[in-house]
Ligand binder design. Structure first.
Ligand code: AKG
Ligand code: FE2
Length: 220
């Protein structure tokens, strides 16, 4: 089913295809968190200064432990070349839904990050580098101190006729409330409520965003 990254404005889906791998279970192959993520979650906890009595530097890694349920996905993307296209967009503007996203680009660029005031800046392909995007859950957990990055993928005139490939690892929480973390650096302690009347969780947020991006096709 075509996927609309920007369901509010896109009529048809993104001109792209992808293959997604979720965590394997019960002795079937499993995907551990990529090393860069493992290496940085503890630092994030220290940076936010969560008291040790409240989970401290392990606050984030505890919520991304491998053996608890999560919606983690490895998405393998192929953006085919197009002869003529309606607009210049290979993937519509969107934020990612989870905590952080690791983007592995290869050769063909096109990823752009929204810099405010209608300006988009290019996130070029840097050899051997992984681009890290912050997602919605991190914005909720830090009550807006860290921003979920609006981004998109565009055609470049010199590479429009070429295939583009990328791999993206989405770190998603699951049954984890999206309340602000207990830190003096994070303003407010308001609890975010979900549609069920219970505290909104990362899984519920993920479901809502996925439903919104696919609703057009389901309701047609
Ligand atoms: O292909 C890329 O470089 C980014 C893709 C992306 O932002 C996404 O799938 O959420
Ligand atoms: Fe994205």
């Amino acid at each position: 089913m075509p996927h609309r990254s920007d369901p509010a404005t896109q009529k048809i889906g993104d001109p792209k295809e992808c293959y997604q791998v979720s965590k394997f279970k019960d002795d079937k192959p499993v995907h551990a968190l990529p090393k860069p993520f493992d290496d940085c979650v503890d630092d994030l906890g220290s940076f936010i200064k969560i008291p040790e009595s409240e989970g401290g530097k392990n606050w984030f890694s505890d919520r991304h432990a491998y053996d608890i349920p999560s919606g983690d996905i490895l998405r393998i993307l192929h953006y085919p070349p197009v002869e003529s296209h309606i607009d210049d967009i290979r993937a519509g503007s969107h934020t990612d839904y989870g905590s952080i996203t690791l983007v592995f680009q290869h050769d063909i660029g096109g990823l752009e990050i929204y810099a405010g005031r209608s300006r988009w800046i290019s996130a070029p392909v840097i050899p051997d580098c992984i681009l890290v995007n912050l997602g919605d859950c991190l914005e909720f957990w830090t009550n807006g101190l860290l921003k979920s990055t609006l981004h998109r993928v565009v055609f470049r005139s010199n590479t429009q006729s070429l295939d583009r490939h990328s791999m993206v690892y989405f770190c998603e929480g699951y049954d984890i409330p999206l309340d602000p973390v207990p830190s003096r650096l994070v303003p407010g302690d308001e609890v975010k409520m979900g549609e069920s009347g219970k505290r909104m969780t990362a899984a519920e947020h993920l479901r809502m965003r996925l439903d919104a991006s696919l609703a057009y096709y389901v309701n047609r």
